[in-house]
Write a protein that binds this ligand. Structure first.
Ligand SMILES: [Zn+2]
Ligand SMILES: [Zn+2]
Length: 135
């Protein structure tokens, strides 16, 4: 079923609407996702056949494709936030879950490229949880 989702970057320059359906939701621990996010993994939604409409900031988007790989990402050139990437050759839109402003009915379905994860990336389920930064 098609749904409309909206999202934006941190500074609010880039705003988008996505019409379609998220079919997959993966936490990717590959080295490219680690480097580009600076974190343990990316949280990517995959929407085949979805329509991506830029409501603002289309002229401020930057695109990076990693040499000789399929890895690419689109980001706001003002604040650096990852935003959706339309992969036309595969007819798919990849959406970083963190940039969505609408809620999701889907939960992550799998950790992928777990073999590439950082040696500190383990046992997160056992960590204490705080509402904010502990003092
Ligand atoms: Zn921005
Ligand atoms: Zn990855």
């Amino acid at each position: 079923m098609n749904q409309t989702h909206t999202g934006s970057c941190l500074c609010g320059t880039a705003k988008f609407e996505l019409i379609g359906e998220f079919k997959k939701f993966f936490l990717c621990h590959c080295s490219r996702c680690r480097k580009s996010s600076g974190s343990a993994h990316c949280a990517n939604l995959f929407a085949p056949g979805a329509e991506l409409i830029w409501l603002s900031g289309a002229d401020k988007l930057s695109f990076y494709k990693h040499q000789e790989t399929n890895f690419s990402r689109t980001f706001c050139s003002v604040c650096g936030s990852n935003v959706p990437t339309e992969i036309k050759a595969r007819g798919i839109v990849v959406v970083p879950a963190g940039c969505l402003d609408t809620s999701l009915e889907l939960s992550p379905q799998a950790h992928v490229f777990s073999g590439s994860k950082g040696n500190w990336d383990d046992g997160f389920a056992d960590l204490p949880v705080f509402d904010g930064m502990p003092s």
